[in-house]
Design a protein around this ligand. Structure first.
Ligand code: ADP
Ligand code: MG
Length: 680
C-alpha cells in the first residue's frame, strides 16, 4: 500500500454534500434538462447581450460549465449562422474537437457532419451544411490560406485559450488583425480560470465575462515519500481507492498512450486475479489516437455497484469533462516538447507538470460532490519542484511550420508580429535559416515557388520537401507511403506483454537493408497486397487502426499532389531513389558514426540509435533520423542509412565536401553502444 497524508483543501463555493455519486436520475434526465442545468445557462441572455455589444469578449469559466458545448449553440439559436455564415470553435486537441462536436450534434438532434461537424488534420467531418465547426486550432490557422479574412465566419471562438498552444498563440495575432477590418466579426476567447487578464490586455482591454462554476471542496493528499515507479504506484493507488473509498469514479492522469495502455493492462490484470474479492472496476483509457467509439465509452454512466476508472492524458485536465469523478490520482507529470535553438533539436520529454496544472487536475474531483485528489508526490515536491505555470509552447518548439505559413499569408516582418508572448529570437532566426536551406525562402527571406507548394501540404516543412523531391527521383508512390506511415508514428507495431518474442520476430521479418523508413514502406506494401486485411495485421503484430489511419493520410496526401505539381510514379524497387528523396527533406537531421559514437553532422551533438530501430545492430556510418526523443539519452527514432555523397547532391548549398570527409575512413570501431539485450 501507499501511504498518503492529507495536507490541504482546494476551496469550493458549494457546501460539501459529502462524497456521493451523481444521482442516477440526473444522468437519465433529458438532454434539454441537462443543458439547462449547466452553470452557463442562467447567463445565456446576459452573455448574448455582451457578445452583441462587443466585438471581442473574453469568457472565463470553470471547466465543465458549458462554454464549449453551449455557447456555439446559443449563437446558432440567436441567428449568427443566418445567410450561410459559420461559427468556428477551436480546440487545441483533436480528441476534444471530435468528442465535443459529437456531443453537440446529439444535443441538437442532428447527424454529425451535417449542421455540426469537426475538422482535424487528415480528417474532415463537415459538409456544405455545417454551420457549427469544431476544429483544431491548427486547422483554423490553415483556413487563413484559403480565406485570409475568414469571410464566411460570423463568430470565431478560440477555446481553451489558457492552453497557449503554438497555433492558438498565432491565431491571436492573426484574428486581432482580421477583427480590425471586419467590424461585424465576433471574437470570443474562452479560457479556464487562468490568465484572462492577459488576453483582455492583448485584445485592447476587451471585457471579461465570468461564469461562476460549481466547485465542491477537494481534499488534497500527498505521498509521505517520493515514489520511484509512478506507474506501479498509480496501479496500487487505484486499487487502494477502489477497495477503501466510498462510491465515485476515479480519474488518473498519465502522459501518453504507451503509459496509459500499460497501466490499463496492469489494472485489468490485477482485477482479474482478485476476481470476486472486489467490486467491478471498469478500466477506460482516453488519449489522442484512441478510436472514436472507444472515446465515447468514457462518457457512459457507470452501472450501479461498479466503479469506473478513466486513465487519461492531459486531455481530461480542461478539455473534456467526465461526469461522476470524485477521485483524482495525479502522478504530477506530463509530456512536453522542448526545443534547443542552439542545436535545432526538438525533443519530447516527460516532465513534472506545473502547479497550475496540478490544481486544474485536482479541481476535476470536485464537480459533482466533495472530492479527493491523491498526488503521487510529496507536499515538499509540490512546493519546491513544480513551476507555477507552463511555459507557452511558442517558447519551446521549432517554428518552421508556422513561419512558412505566415510567409504564405504575406506576413514578412515576423520580428514585429503581434505575439502575446514572443518566441525566442534565435528560434525565429533558425526557422528562417532552415526554410532557406530547404529552398522555401530565397536569400531575401521571400517565399519561393517551392515554398508556396510546401505550405500547401499540411505537414512539416521537411516532410513537404521530401514529398516535393519525390518528383525528381520518380518515386512519389513510395514517398507518399513513407510520409503517411511517419505521421502515424510509433503505433504501427503491436507488442502484447505475453507474446513479446513473437511480436519482435514479426517485426524483424519486415526489416529491409537501408533502414526504418523502408521497413515502414514494406509493412504498408505487404498490407496493401493482403487487401488491407485486418487478419493480416493480427497475424503480423501490426496495429490495424494505425494502418487504416495511414491509408487515410496517404489518400489525402495523394489528393494534394496535383496542387503541388508532383506526378504519381514508382521507383520499381530502386530504393536508392526513395532514400535520396527522403534525404532531400531530412538533410538537416543527419548523424555520423565517430570513434565515440554518433554525432550530429553540423552540431556535433551526441545521439544514439533507438533500440527499436532496424539499424540498431548495424551501426551504419552515415544516417538520417526522423526525430529525436529524449528519455535516458537523446535517441534517434526512424533511422535511415545514407551515403555522405547524397548530402552534396541534395543540399550543395548546405554541406561542403570537406565537412563530409571521414578522417578515419579505414578503421572504424566495430561496435559502439550496448546491444539490445543489455538495454533491456
Ligand atoms: P466547458 O467547455 O466549460 O469546460 P463543456 O461544454 O465541455 O464545458 O461541458 C459541459 C457539459 O457537457 C459537461 O457536463 C460535460 O460532462 C458534458 N459533455 C461534454 N462532452 C460530452 C460528451 N462527449 N458526452 C457526454 N457529455 C459530455
Ligand atoms: Mg471546454
Amino acid at each position: 500500500t501507499i501511504e498518503f497524508v492529507r495536507a490541504t483543501q482546494l476551496q469550493g463555493n458549494e457546501e460539501p454534500s459529502g462524497p456521493s455519486p451523481p444521482s442516477q436520475a440526473q444522468q437519465k434526465e433529458s438532454v434539454q434538462a441537462v443543458r439547462r442545468s449547466l452553470p452557463v445557462f442562467p447567463f445565456r441572455e446576459e452573455l448574448l447581450a455582451a457578445i452583441a455589444d462587443h466585438q471581442v469578449l473574453i469568457i472565463e469559466g470553470e471547466t465543465g460549465s458549458g462554454k464549449t458545448t453551449q455557447i456555439p449553440q446559443y449563437l446558432f439559436e440567436e441567428g449568427y449562422t443566418k445567410k450561410g455564415m459559420k461559427i468556428a470553435c477551436t480546440q487545441p486537441r483533436r480528441v476534444a474537437a471530435m468528442s465535443v462536436a459529437a456531443r453537440v450534434a446529439r444535443e441538437m438532434g442532428v447527424k454529425l457532419g451535417n449542421e455540426v461537424g469537426y475538422s482535424i488534420r487528415f480528417e474532415d467531418c463537415t459538409s456544405e451544411r455545417t454551420v457549427l465547426r469544431y476544429m483544431t486550432d491548427g486547422m483554423l490557422l490553415r483556413e487563413f490560406l484559403s480565406e485570409p479574412d475568414l469571410a464566411s465566419y460570423s463568430v470565431v471562438m478560440i477555446d481553451e485559450a489558457h492552453e497557449r498552444t503554438l497555433h492558438t498563440d498565432i491565431l491571436f495575432g492573426l484574428i486581432k488583425d482580421v477583427a480590425r477590418f471586419r467590424p461585424e466579426l465576433k471574437v470570443l476567447v474562452a479560457s479556464a480560470t487562468l490568465d484572462t487578464a492577459r488576453f483582455s490586455t492583448f485584445f485592447d482591454d476587451a471585457p471579461v465575462f465570468r461564469i461562476p462554476g460549481r466547485r465542491f471542496p477537494v481534499d488534497i493528499f500527498y505521498t509521505k515519500a517520493p515514489e520511484a515507479d509512478y506507474l506501479e504506484a498509480c496501479v496500487v493507488s487505484v486499487l487502494q481507492i477502489h477497495v477503501t473509498q466510498p462510491p465515485g469514479d476515479i480519474l488518473v492522469f498519465l502522459t501518453g498512450q504507451e503509459e496509459i495502455e500499460a497501466a490499463c493492462e496492469m489494472l485489468q490484470d490485477r482485477c482479474r486475479r482478485l476476481g470476486s474479492k472486489i467490486r467491478e472496476l471498469l478500466v477506460l483509457p482516453i488519449y489522442a489516437n484512441l478510436p472514436s467509439d472507444m472515446q465515447a465509452r468514457i462518457f457512459q454512466p457507470t452501472p450501479p455497484g461498479a466503479r469506473k476508472v478513466v486513465v487519461a492524458t492531459n486531455i481530461a485536465e480542461t478539455s473534456l469533462t467526465i461526469e461522476g469523478i470524485i477521485y483524482v490520482l495525479d502522478p504530477g507529470f506530463c509530456k512536453q516538447k522542448s526545443y534547443n535553438p542552439r542545436t535545432g533539436m526538438e525533443s519530447l520529454t516527460v516532465t513534472p507538470c506545473s502547479k497550475a496544472s496540478a490544481n486544474q487536475r485536482a479541481g476535476r474531483a470536485g464537480r459533482v460532490a466533495a472530492g479527493k485528489c491523491f498526488r503521487l508526490y510529496t507536499a515538499w515536491a509540490y512546493q519546491h519542484e513544480l513551476e507555477e505555470t507552463t511555459v507557452p509552447e511558442i517558447q519551446r518548439t521549432s517554428l518552421g511550420n508556422v513561419v512558412l505559413l505566415l510567409k504564405s499569408l504575406g506576413i514578412h516582418d515576423l520580428m514585429h508580429f503581434d505575439f502575446l508572448d514572443p518566441p525566442p529570437y534565435e528560434t525565429l532566426l533558425l526557422a528562417l535559416e532552415q526554410l532557406y536551406a530547404l529552398g522555401a525562402l530565397n536569400h531575401l527571406g521571400e517565399l519561393t515557388t517551392s515554398g508556396r507548394k510546401m505550405a500547401e501540404l499540411p505537414v512539416d516543412p521537411m516532410l513537404s520537401k521530401m514529398i516535393l523531391a519525390s518528383e525528381k527521383y520518380s518515386c512519389s508512390e513510395e514517398i507518399l507511403t513513407v510520409a503517411a506511415m511517419l505521421s502515424v508514428n510509433n503505433s504501427i507495431f503491436y507488442r502484447p506483454k505475453d507474446k513479446v518474442v513473437h511480436a519482435d520476430n514479426a517485426r524483424v521479418n519486415f526489416f529491409l537493408p537501408g533502414g526504418d523508413h523502408l521497413v515502414l514502406l514494406n509493412v504498408y506494401t505487404q498490407w496493401a497486397e493482403s487487401g488491407y486485411s485486418s487478419q493480416w495485421c493480427y497475424e503480423n503484430f501490426v496495429q490495424f487502426r494505425s494502418m487504416r489511419r495511414a491509408r487515410d493520410v496517404r489518400e489525402q496526401l495523394e489528393g494534394l499532389l496535383e496542387r503541388v505539381e508532383v506526378g504519381l510514379s514508382s521507383c520499381q524497387g530502386d530504393y536508392i531513389r526513395v532514400r535520396k528523396a527522403i534525404t532531400a527533406g531530412y538533410f538537416y537531421h543527419t548523424a555520423r558514426l565517430t570513434r565515440s559514437g554518433y554525432r550530429t553532422v553540423k552540431q556535433q551533438q551526441t545521439v544514439f540509435i533507438h533500440p527499436n530501430s532496424s539499424l540498431f545492430e548495424e551501426q551504419p556510418r552515415w544516417l538520417l533520423y526522423h526525430e529525436l526523443v529524449l528519455t535516458t539519452k537523446e535517441f534517434m527514432r526512424q533511422v535511415l542509412e545514407i551515403e555522405s555523397s547524397w548530402l552534396l547532391e541534395v543540399a550543395p548549398h548546405y554541406y561542403k565536401a570537406k565537412e563530409l570527409e571521414d578522417p578515419h575512413s579505414k578503421k572504424m570501431p566495430k561496435k559502439i553502444g550496448k546491444t539490445r539485450e543489455e538495454l533491456g
